[in-house]
Ligand binder design. Structure first.
Ligand code: PLP
Length: 387
């Protein structure tokens, strides 16, 4: 057991790089090292052509046009550009932000930092299943609202927000709408036109692409979304994000996204079945197991479970052979209980008794069955030690 790799069930934290993606990247890590902005010679032109091609593929995967894709280092940066870029456009006029209590820190902390500079932030509550009411968004809007930011899929409880409805409310009132879709892109069919969003963040390492690359969709027409850059320099990415483009990462992101879109239907059905099997195994033979977040409106590979009377961190320590997490791994080693679970109304004690499980493309039935057995063993051991 000791030299075997643990079963990986933490795909919301990150996903492994797909071998087909690495193959697509390799030429750009070796021979094709040109700078995509130095197109006076063949090296740069090859890099620029690869970036153009990747931009087209990323855009088409989400129903956007190529000139609406701004490459960033990931979703954190894309969120910063969307939120800071909107807030700083007309300070003193449109300086109010609206978001939700269950957002990722890459949204909440940006809003909080801006609040420290005098911008206003309204953080809307969610219901006990983690859903935000579009009517609450509507009620929070006024003529000073610079941006509404609501995530598509939650990174802890997998809950899917009614993005289309919220986007419609914002469009009706002429307020730009941003969605952090880091957990949704590659797992759900995303079409920026059908959703009616103005800004959308994504990152490759959540869909079997490389780490350190992401993008912000910025609507260019009907209506055009306007942003102030956060980072200045050589004027890359239409002036919105200066910095030499990481060609290999961009090529990898496009390939990874294409593969996910191709396999989306079969893969989401497969993961949903495995997820339901895991939940049934855990809850049928063990009392005091609750699933957090809306039962249906959630990502196919997500489970967030509270085990009554169990300390989640101790449980994880006792399970070196199963890689799951408590709270959000994207949030560093925070001793605080999950703000997401607290927003659903869980007590601190129940939030601390909760684990996040994320199935992925490589997850097998054998792994799910073994993980269920090991989790049950350790839950029972902890409960009987406490009794
Ligand atoms: C919903 C969400 N937004 C943003 C991020 C941050 O993305 P990145 O790691 O690309 O900066 C993550 C995870 O890390 C996430 O789950």
């Amino acid at each position: 057991m000791a030299d075997r790799r643990p079963i990986y069930l933490d795909h919301h934290a990150t996903t492994p790089l797909d071998a087909r993606v690495l193959d697509a990247m390799m030429p750009f890590l070796r021979d094709d090292f040109g700078n995509a902005a130095s197109v006076i010679h063949a090296f740069g032109r090859r890099a620029a052509a690869a970036v153009d091609d990747a931009r087209e593929r990323v855009a088409s995967a989400i129903g956007a046009a190529p000139d609406e894709i701004v490459f960033t280092s990931g979703a954190t940066e894309a969120n910063n550009l969307a939120i800071q870029g909107s807030a700083r456009l007309r300070p003193g006029h449109r300086d109010q932000l609206v978001t939700a209590a269950t957002e990722h820190p890459a949204v909440l902390d940006v809003c909080e930092a801006l609040a420290g500079e005098g911008f206003g932030t309204t953080v809307l509550p969610v219901d006990a299943e983690g859903l935000l009411d579009p009517a609450a968004v509507e009620a929070a809007l006024d003529d000073r609202t610079a941006l509404v930011s609501v995530m598509t899929a939650n990174n802890e409880i997998g809950v899917l927000q009614p993005i289309r409805e919220i986007a419609a409310v914002c469009r009706e009132r002429g307020v730009p709408f941003h969605t952090d879709a880091a957990q949704a892109v590659g797992k759900l069919a995303i079409d920026v036109e059908a959703l009616g969003v103005d800004l959308l963040s994504l990152c490759a390492h959540k869909f079997y692409g490389p780490k350190g690359i992401g993008a912000l969709f910025v609507r260019r027409r009907r209506p055009r979304a306007r942003l102030k850059p956060v980072q200045y320099g050589g004027g890359h990415e239409g002036g919105l994000r200066s910095g030499t483009l990481p060609v290999a990462l961009i090529v990898g992101m496009a390939r990874a996204l294409e593969l996910c879109v191709e396999e989306l239907e079969s893969e989401s059905g497969r993961q949903r079945e495995l997820r339901d099997r895991l939940l049934a195994a855990l809850s049928s033979s063990c009392s005091g197991v609750t699933c957090n977040g809306h039962e249906e409106q959630r990502l196919p590979g997500n489970l967030n479970l509270t085990f009554d009377g169990v300390d989640a961190d101790r449980l994880l320590l006792a399970l070196p052979d199963v890689a799951i997490s408590s709270g959000s791994a994207c949030t560093t080693a925070s001793p605080r209980p999950s703000h997401v679970l607290l927003a659903l109304g869980l007590s601190e004690a129940r939030a601390r008794a909760s684990v996040r499980i994320g199935l992925g493309r490589g997850t097998t039935q054998g792994e799910v069955d073994l993980a269920a057995r090991r989790i049950l063993e350790e839950v029972r051991a902890q409960r009987s030690a406490a009794a």
